[in-house]
Design a protein around this ligand. Sequence first.
Ligand code: BTN
Length: 283
Amino acid sequence: MSPAAANPAAARLVGGPRHALGEVASTQDELARLAAAGAPEGTVVTALHQTGGRGRRGRAWLDAPGDNLLFSILLRPALPAASTSALSLVAAVAVSEAVAAAGVAAGIRWPNDLLVGDRKLCGILAEAAADGAGRVESVRLGIGLNVNQAEFPPPIRALATSLRLVTGRAQDRERLLGEVLAALDRRYGEFLAVGFAPARAEWRQRSVTLGRWIRVGGLCDPVLVEDVDEVGALLARDGAGRAVRLTSGEPADAVPPARAGEGLSAPAAAGPDVPHAGPAPGR
Ligand code: BTN
């Protein structure tokens, strides 16, 4: 284990002041309050349980109290808003690297879900605050990593997994948090220094989306995924060969057709808005 992993507080950019909370509505909201009060980059809020955990696209994020890692990290990248959209993909790479240290190979489903097989292990929610001129003031990276949860409630039972279920043994949550913060620190520092290219190369290696036909919310027809671009947008081609580009900021989830309509997070009241699967061309 690296020194930074052994001591999260020693991490250079990510893993600064830590607010370890018990039950909260959402670590994202707690961090938003701290950010508005001037908290420094790298501030981390962890919780044992969330009563109003949020996923992407308005979904709820469910957890069993005390079992998982639920945390939010404050970033203050001095970058134009357009350049920050790749951050959630960078984070997915970092978390995937950290769980590899626990012996688990997790693939990345665009833009930033971590899957083991076809079950979701980790979800990442990036929320940004901008100033009046459209400059990013802060990005809150919210990470929900299923660690020791052994059972999931019906809405996500068939969709979710945890490190414990995958490895057959309970994991040390604190040690894992240290590994994740260290990996995020390294990848975030690299992103600020040289941009998305190195993490993008690693994202491609770990992707379970590239080369697959998927359905994306808002698009009727499946598309064949070819790449992600320099800001993390999905580059694909539809059945007629037309190029399609989707940014990770768009309200879209990429779901292989055979599994369309799912996500780890429980659907919000309105239900999932990813269209259901039909046969994909070319498969
Ligand atoms: C997703 O839909 O896949 C993203 C899920 C993000 C969940 C995490 S848990 C910690 C943080 N607080 C929240 O309310 N959401 C994020």
